[in-house]
Write a protein that binds this ligand. Structure first.
Ligand code: SF4
Ligand code: SF4
Length: 491
C-alpha cells in the first residue's frame, strides 16, 4: 500500500476542508490558426513525416525471388529485418542497440543546441495532433467558433460537424494503425488479406489497437500526453544551458506591457498584451511567463507575435529563438554571441561521432556467417576403446548469404584431434566440410576425439574455426574439451 508523508496528508486534509479538489480539471485548449514562415515550415515537416510513414511500406526493393521485395520490413515470422540492401538477423540485435544509442545521443545534442525541436516538429504525438487539429479547424471552425460552439447548447449543425470530425479522425487513425502493421507484413498482401477477411487475427487486433491509441492520443489527449505522460520534458532540462536556443519572449523589450499601444503612445514595452501568442499555442501556455515544461518549442507564437508587431509597426521577433545568454547580453546592450561548441555539445558530438564510426565499421565489416557451439551436457565425455576421449557438440552455422555455402570446420588447440560429423555419416577427419543452405541455420552434431595434452583441471580450452570455402571469411568459437582430471593418454 502506498504511503504519503505527514505534511502531504495535512495539505490534503486542508484542501479537502476548504472544498478544493486535489487535482485541477483540464482546461481545454482551443489553438487558433496561425500563418507565417514557422507554420509553413511545420506543415512541410508534417507532410514529409506523414508521407514517409504512410508510403514507406509500399516502396519495393528487389532482392531476388526468394526474398521479400519490401524495402523496409520487420519480418517477425521469419526473424529478419530488411532495410533496403541490408538484412539483419536476430543475432544482429547489437545494431539496434547502436542505432538507439545514436538516436539518444543525437537527441541530446539537438536539444542542447535548439531545445525541444524534436517535440515541436517531429515527435509523432505532435505530428498527428497537428493533423487532427487541422481537421477540427476545417470542420468546426477556428478557435472562437469552436469555443462558442462548445459553450452553446447542442444543435443539429454542431452534432453533424462533430460526427464528421470524429469519423475523419477515426479514418486517419485506422490508416495510421494499418500502415504500422505494414512494416511487419508485406503491404500489398496484407491489404488484400485484410479486406477479404483472410488476414491473421493478430493483424486485425494490432490494427484496431493502433487505431484506438492514435484516435485517443491525437484526438482527445493531445497536449496532455506531452505534459503528463511523456518523460522527456522532465529530464530535458539536464540538456539545456544558457546557450541553448529556445523560443523566448524578450521581456527586456516587451515589458512593461501596454494594452492598445497605439492609443497610449510609445512609452513602455513592445508587448501590447493582445494574447495572440497564447491563443495559438497548442499547449495553451503563455510564453511570456518564461521557459516552461509544457512548451514544445514549436515556434507558432513567433509567427503570431510577428504578425502583431507588423500591424503595430514595431520591430518583429519580440518572441524569437534565442538563448538565455543572448537575452542577458541584449539587456545589457551588448552584441549576443552563439556558442556552438560548449563542454556538453562537445561531449554529445564526440559520443555521436564515435557511435557513427563504430556502427559504420561494424556494418562495413559485417560477417555473413555465424557460429555457435554447444557442448553436450551428458555425458560430458566418453572414453573410447583405444583410450582416447570423445566429446560431443552441437554446432549451429548461420549462413547469411543468398546462396548455399560450403563451410569448413577446423579445430584449434588440440593437436591430433579428429572431427566426426554424426548426422551426415562423414568419416573421421581433421576438418569437416559442412554445407548450409542460403539464408538459413545449419545444425550439425560434431564429435571431437583425441588425446588432450593437459587435462589437469578436467578440461582443456579449444577453438572451433569456421571458414567459408568460397570467400575465405572465417569466425572462431571458443569452447572446451572435457575429460577426467589428471588424464594422461593411453594409460
Ligand atoms: S509557447 Fe510558443 S513555442 Fe511554446 S508550445 Fe506554445 S506556441 Fe509553441
Ligand atoms: S502576441 Fe506579442 S504582443 Fe501579443 S501578447 Fe503575445 S507577446 Fe505580446
Amino acid at each position: 500500500m502506498s504511503r504519503i508523508s505527514k505534511a502531504d496528508r495535512q495539505l490534503q486534509l486542508q484542501q479537502e476542508a476548504a472544498g478544493q479538489p486535489l487535482y485541477a480539471n483540464r482546461v481545454r485548449v482551443y489553438p487558433k490558426s496561425v500563418h507565417g514562415p514557422v507554420r509553413r515550415f511545420k506543415w512541410a515537416v508534417l507532410i514529409f513525416c506523414l508521407g514517409l510513414y504512410y508510403l514507406l511500406p509500399w516502396l519495393r526493393w528487389h532482392r531476388g525471388v526468394t526474398e521479400p521485395d519490401q524495402a523496409v520490413l520487420l519480418d517477425l515470422f521469419h526473424e529478419r529485418f530488411y532495410f533496403f540492401n541490408l538484412k539483419f538477423w536476430p543475432q544482429d540485435i547489437y545494431y539496434l542497440t547502436g542505432l538507439l544509442i545514436m538516436a539518444a545521443v543525437g537527441l541530446f545534442l539537438v536539444t542542447s543546441l535548439a531545445g525541444r525541436v524534436w517535440c515541436g516538429y517531429t515527435c509523432p504525438q505532435t505530428v498527428w495532433t497537428d493533423l487532427f487539429m487541422w481537421v477540427e479547424r476545417v470542420i468546426e471552425g477556428d478557435r472562437n467558433e469552436r469555443m462558442k460552439r462548445d459553450a452553446a447548447a447542442a444543435s443539429l449543425d454542431t452534432v453533424w460537424r462533430k460526427a464528421a470530425k470524429h469519423a475523419i479522425w477515426l479514418g486517419i487513425a485506422f490508416w495510421t494503425g494499418g500502415a504500422w502493421i505494414m512494416y511487419y507484413v508485406d503491404a500489398p498482401t496484407v491489404t488484400v488479406e485484410f479486406w477479404t477477411g483472410t488476414a491473421s487475427k493478430e493483424v486485425y487486433f494490432f490494427t484496431f489497437l493502433f487505431t484506438a491509441t492514435t484516435y485517443l492520443l491525437a484526438g482527445w489527449a493531445r497536449e496532455q500526453v506531452c505534459t503528463y505522460m511523456c518523460p522527456w520534458p522532465r529530464f530535458q532540462a539536464a540538456m539545456l544551458d544558457e546557450q541553448s536556443l529556445t523560443v523566448t519572449y524578450q521581456g527586456w523589450r516587451g515589458e512593461p506591457r501596454q494594452r492598445g499601444r497605439r492609443l497610449l503612445g510609445d512609452a513602455g514595452g513592445d508587448c501590447i498584451d493582445c494574447g495572440l501568442c497564447v491563443s495559438v499555442c497548442p499547449t495553451g501556455i503563455d510564453i511570456r511567463d518564461g521557459i516552461q515544461m509544457e512548451c514544445i518549442n514549436c515556434g507558432l507564437c513567433i509567427d503570431a507575435c510577428n504578425h502583431v508587431m507588423s500591424v503595430a509597426q514595431r520591430p518583429r521577433f519580440l518572441i524569437t529563438w534565442a538563448t538565455l545568454a543572448d537575452q542577458a547580453a541584449k539587456a545589457r546592450g551588448e552584441h549576443p554571441k552563439f556558442r556552438f561548441f560548449r563542454v556538453r555539445t562537445i561531449i554529445y558530438l564526440s559520443a555521436l561521432l564515435l557511435a557513427v564510426l563504430v556502427m559504420g565499421v561494424a556494418l562495413a565489416t559485417r560477417a555473413e556467417l555465424g557460429l555457435a557451439v554447444l557442448h553436450d551436457r551428458a555425458p560430458l565425455f566418453v572414453r573410447l576403446a583405444d583410450g582416447d576421449l570423445r566429446n560431443g557438440y552441437t554446432v549451429k552455422i548461420a549462413n547469411m548469404a543468398d546462396t548455399q555455402v560450403l563451410f569448413e570446420l577446423n579445430l584449434d588447440g588440440m593437436p591430433g584431434a579428429v572431427l566426426t560429423e554424426a548426422n551426415e555419416g562423414l568419416g573421421p577427419a581433421v576438418q569437416l566440410g559442412l554445407p548450409v543452405n542460403a539464408d538459413s541455420v545449419g545444425t550439425f552434431r560434431v564429435m571431437v576425439s583425441g588425446q588432450p595434452a593437459a587435462l589437469k583441471a578436467g578440461s582443456q580450452p579449444i577453438a572451433f574455426v569456421l571458414s567459408n570455402t568460397s570467400t575465405g571469411e572465417h569466425t572462431v568459437y571458443r569452447s572446451v574439451f572435457m575429460g577426467p582430471p589428471g588424464y594422461a593418454g593411453n594409460d
